[in-house]
Design a protein around this ligand. Structure first.
Ligand SMILES: Cc1cc2nc3c(=O)[nH]c(=O)nc-3n(C[C@H](O)[C@H](O)[C@H](O)COP(=O)(O)OP(=O)(O)OC[C@H]3O[C@@H](n4cnc5c(N)ncnc54)[C@H](O)[C@@H]3O)c2cc1C
Ligand SMILES: NC(=O)c1ccc[n+]([C@@H]2O[C@H](COP(=O)([O-])OP(=O)(O)OC[C@H]3O[C@@H](n4cnc5c(N)ncnc54)[C@H](O)[C@@H]3O)[C@@H](O)[C@H]2O)c1
Length: 473
């Protein structure tokens, strides 16, 4: 790349997966040229500090847990250092050479540095000014939120970056928040040998964005595995007299004592904040184009900022769904829209009705579409069916003490939501996504025959449940 170059068709700020895909889709068949501005590692949070390392830590933990619950399998145990070494390999030891090779191989340039909007189609990177002929895409993602709790920031708490890139397993860890990051992290910390893991969640239950039974089943599994869950409880004060921030994934100081809203205290060797995310929209120059310089940045059905037809936002930053696959979906649409508009063609729109998600706890939680509560709030003609996943031949074979539950949410005869909880349900979620998105009529689902003996047979049982309910049996 010519180091003096300052003009491209498309400038993408932020090189996480959505930023990369937006650049790819805008350029691959259009003849347009794009550059990605990245301040840290190309591949972003997902590749190096979120999805990939977390799942790399969880898979061995899940395998051992499953093996220990399978009569006839003996001796399953974890080699913790080998698991951490494999995680380091998964994050390429924080080297993004292969991602840069991918970009340059696809004809996409990469500029290192902090990007900032500086007016119409203009971006500055550490003092250098770049201009875009067609579009600027913002894909700067989010960072861990640190709630304003007395003493918390001063205690230099771990965030998801430390948890996923852990090098030192704390013997005792307290986790603020009981959402997805917390529940997954509690699973791997307990699995990797932490003796006391305490989750403090302000709301009524864990994983509160899911169907209520999901958080309840995960909480019961935590209780069995020795993780303490404190719901309807908030942290009011944090005290850590000795703070030594030794670096990412290393314990950041001495003992930490956390005071809870009921007046009790928890003492631990580390505190992890997993209380949601803050958008990276401050210091992005949004005010130079008339936007609020904070918060999530709103977009229309073309992933374009309303009233600014050259400015696109994909991934976490638009706040629509903080998930890599949804950010990448948005990026495919935004990239196509940029190419279409440059060619003078009608632009595609995105359809954001269905968000699938898998939380890789033990048992896993998977969902697609609406929960019952969301469907009722939307005023739909709601009926539901539930089934005990442990009652299937397929799950009976998976482990000796299988726990799980499934639920379908219907609007009349149309499926609008599905939730599955259980070991090995992750790959089941896409069947629900397809059925919901393709609006497959309930009658047709009877002819989609699941193989025996698989976990997919839950579909048949759920259809039978709906049928019985409707026949009044
Ligand atoms: C622990 C954890 C586990 C997760 N696991 C999953 C999972 O299993 N599946 C899933 O779908 N989602 C998961 N997520 C969510 C997922 O990580 C995010 O949805 C995804 O990373 C969003 O991608 P993004 O590109 O929008 O943001 P990011 O991945 O955060 O990328 C943004 C990029 O922009 C760069 N950047 C920021 N500001 C600037 C600037 N001014 N100039 C230049 N560059 C800048 C950053 O350095 C970064 O590389 C997880 C999240 C966490 C925290
Ligand atoms: N497997 C996956 O797909 C995966 C994994 C990890 C993260 N993610 C994504 O990352 C995003 C962020 O995850 P997250 O877990 O940080 O956020 P979250 O919003 O899912 O959960 C945060 C939780 O913290 C609680 N909380 C907030 N402040 C609190 C306080 N002061 N005291 C006690 N509890 C408090 C909230 O009630 C909430 O339950 C999510 O939207 C999620 O979709 C996805």
């Amino acid at each position: 790349m010519n180091p003096d170059r300052t003009e491209w068709d498309v400038i993408v700020i932020g090189g996480g997966p959505p930023g990369e895909i937006a650049a790819q889709y805008a350029t691959q068949f259009s003849g347009l040229e794009a550059v990605i501005v990245e301040q840290e590692l190309l591949g972003g949070e997902c590749s190096f500090w979120a999805c990939m390392p977390s799942k790399g830590l969880l898979r061995p933990v899940e395998l051992v847990s499953n093996s220990r619950d399978l009569h006839g399998v003996t001796g399953a145990r974890l080699d913790v250092q080998a698991v951490l070494d494999r995680r380091d390999k998964i994050v390429n030891h924080h080297d993004d050479t292969s991602q840069v090779d991918w970009a340059t191989g696809a004809g996409i340039d990469v500029v290192r540095g902090r990007g900032r909007l500086a007016g119409e189609k203009t971006v500055t990177v550490d003092g250098r000014t770049l201009t875009a002929r067609h579009a600027v895409v913002l894909a700067t993602g989010t960072r861990a939120s640190v709630p304003p709790i007395d003493g918390l920031r001063e205690a230099r708490p771990w965030t998801s970056r430390d948890a996923t890139n852990v090098h030192e397993i704390p013997r005792r860890i307290v986790i603020v928040g009981g959402g997805v990051v917390s529940c997954e992290a509690a699973t791997w910390f307990r699995g990797l040998g932490a003796e006391e893991v305490t989750i403090v969640e302000g709301s009524e239950r864990l994983l509160s964005k899911n169907e209520p039974f999901a958080g309840e089943i995960v909480a019961a599994a935590f209780a069995d595995s020795g993780v303490t869950v404190r719901t309807k409880t908030r942290v009011t004060d944090v005290a850590r007299p000795v703070v030594n921030d030794n670096g990412e994934g290393l314990i950041h100081g001495g003992e930490v004592t956390v005071t809870l809203s009921d007046g009790s205290t928890v003492t631990a060797d580390e505190i992890l904040v997993a209380a949601g995310r803050t958008p990276n929209s401050d210091d992005l120059g949004l005010e130079t184009v008339g936007l609020e310089p904070k918060g999530f940045v709103d977009v229309d059905e073309h992933l374009t900022v309303p009233g600014i037809d050259w400015l696109y936002v994909v991934g976490d930053l638009n706040g629509k769904a903080l998930l890599t696959h949804m950010g990448k979906y948005q990026a495919r649409i935004a990239g196509d829209v940029i190419a279409d508009r440059a060619a003078g063609n009608a632009a595609r729109q995105h359809d954001h009705a269905i968000v699938p998600q898998v939380t890789f706890t033990d048992p896993e939680v998977g969902s697609a579409g609406l929960t019952e509560a969301q469907a009722r709030d939307a005023g739909l003609d709601v009926s539901v069916a539930e089934y005990d996943m442990a009652a299937l031949a397929g799950t009976y074979l998976v482990r000796d003490h299988y726990t799980g539950r499934a639920k379908l949410v219907l609007d009349g005869d149309r499926l609008v939501g599905a939730t599955f909880v259980g070991t090995g349900i992750a790959e089941l979620v896409h069947s629900a996504t397809v059925a919901i998105q393709a609006k497959v009529p309930l009658g047709e689902l009877w002819h989609a025959v699941p193989s025996y003996p698989t976990i997919s047979e839950v579909w048949l049982r759920l259809l039978e449940t709906i049928d019985s309910q409707r026949r009044g049996k």
